[in-house]
Design a protein around this ligand. Structure first.
Ligand code: NAP
Length: 286
């Protein structure tokens, strides 16, 4: 298939590479052009704008930082809507709010093209390994056609219904993850101040009902003050903000998540936004 990919950051670059490895013809674009170089070296075509990617592709995928970026790339000058062909597909895999997704869907459909939102669960490693979990919603025919590409990028996928439901599902998942990380950091801090053996604490957590890949993978790195980025802290805070806004719209109280968000905002203000979100541990008790 002729596929396009815009947004070659931590997640987008390995996802696009997996489409290439799957034997597809892939055209890419990234705002900062240098990020295209490794993809070009692997055989991708590099286009001069999102519009040019969409014009060259049967299905274009996007993996962008936040709602502002998603709107700029889809709706802005030389954006997707300036190039997408009749019947072609646009799949935005960024984590955004439902309203942003719906706005983009309306604009894409006004071009007689099809839209799907497909945010993902999983971080840098799963993006490289092609084992992401894909939470799609929108045009079902596009979901079915994009399945061949999704299965190169992910190990599991679901179709959640109308546009907005994929975005909401992703925000619920990350609301839980943000709260878990916040509680994990508090537990590690309390254990340290209680002069407990924190490595033993990780072993105990892993042996019981609280065992999970996030604690298992990040725990030892956090104890070693290693916050090499897989999921940027600034994106975790963005997701908590969007989840809290969703709760506000639905008049649902989310007090624990509000407190977790405050902690992430504090870490962001301390300049840790580009570190991994586990860097919350650094600022939690300051
Ligand atoms: P990232 O490394 O920060 O990459 C963000 C991408 O968005 C870059 O390609 C960046 O271009 C582009 N971008 C930002 N603002 C833009 C604008 N105004 N116009 C055009 N392009 C713009 O982020 P990431 O970690 O790959 O995450 C991408 C999305 O996936 C986010 O929504 C994030 O929440 C979500 N996500 C991330 C993870 C993870 O573990 N990292 C996991 C699941 C979901 P430049 O290179 O020019 O800056």
């Amino acid at each position: 298939m002729r596929l396009g990919f815009v947004g070659l950051g931590i997640m987008g670059a390995p996802m696009a590479l997996n489409l290439l490895k799957g034997g597809h013809q892939v055209t890419v674009w990234n705002r900062t052009a240098a990020a295209c170089d490794p993809l070009r070296a692997a055989g991708a075509d590099v286009a001069s704008s999102p519009a040019a990617v969409a014009a060259a592709s049967e299905i274009t995928f996007a993996m962008l930082s936040d709602p502002e970026a998603a709107r700029a790339v889809a709706l802005g000058p030389d954006g997707i809507c300036d190039g997408v062909g009749k019947g072609a597909g646009y799949v935005d895999m960024s984590t955004v709010d439902a309203t942003t997704s719906q706005r983009v869907a309306v604009a894409v459909e006004a071009c007689s093209a099809r839209f799907l939102e497909a945010p993902v669960s999983g971080t840098r490693g799963p993006a490289q390994e092609g084992t992401l979990i894909i939470l799609a919603a929108g045009d079902k025919s596009l979901y079915d056609e994009a399945a061949i590409a999704f299965d190169l990028m992910g190990k599991k996928r679901t179709f959640a219904g109308e546009v907005g439901q994929g975005a909401r599902l992703k925000l619920v998942v990350n609301l839980i993850m943000g709260g878990m990380m916040s509680a994990f950091c508090e537990g590690l801090t309390l254990a340290r101040h209680s002069r407990l053996d924190t490595i033993e604490l990780l072993d105990i957590l892993d042996a019981g009902a609280l065992s999970n890949p996030m604690f298992r993978g990040k725990g030892p790195q956090m104890l070693a003050d290693n916050y090499a980025v897989a999921f940027p802290l600034k994106h975790m805070q963005k997701d908590l903000r969007l989840a809290l806004e969703l709760g506000h719209d639905l008049q649902i109280k989310l007090p624990t998540s509000g407190t977790a968000n405050d902690a992430f905002v504090k870490a962001l203000d301390a300049g840790d936004g580009d570190l991994d979100f586990s860097a919350l541990l650094r600022t939690l008790n300051n």
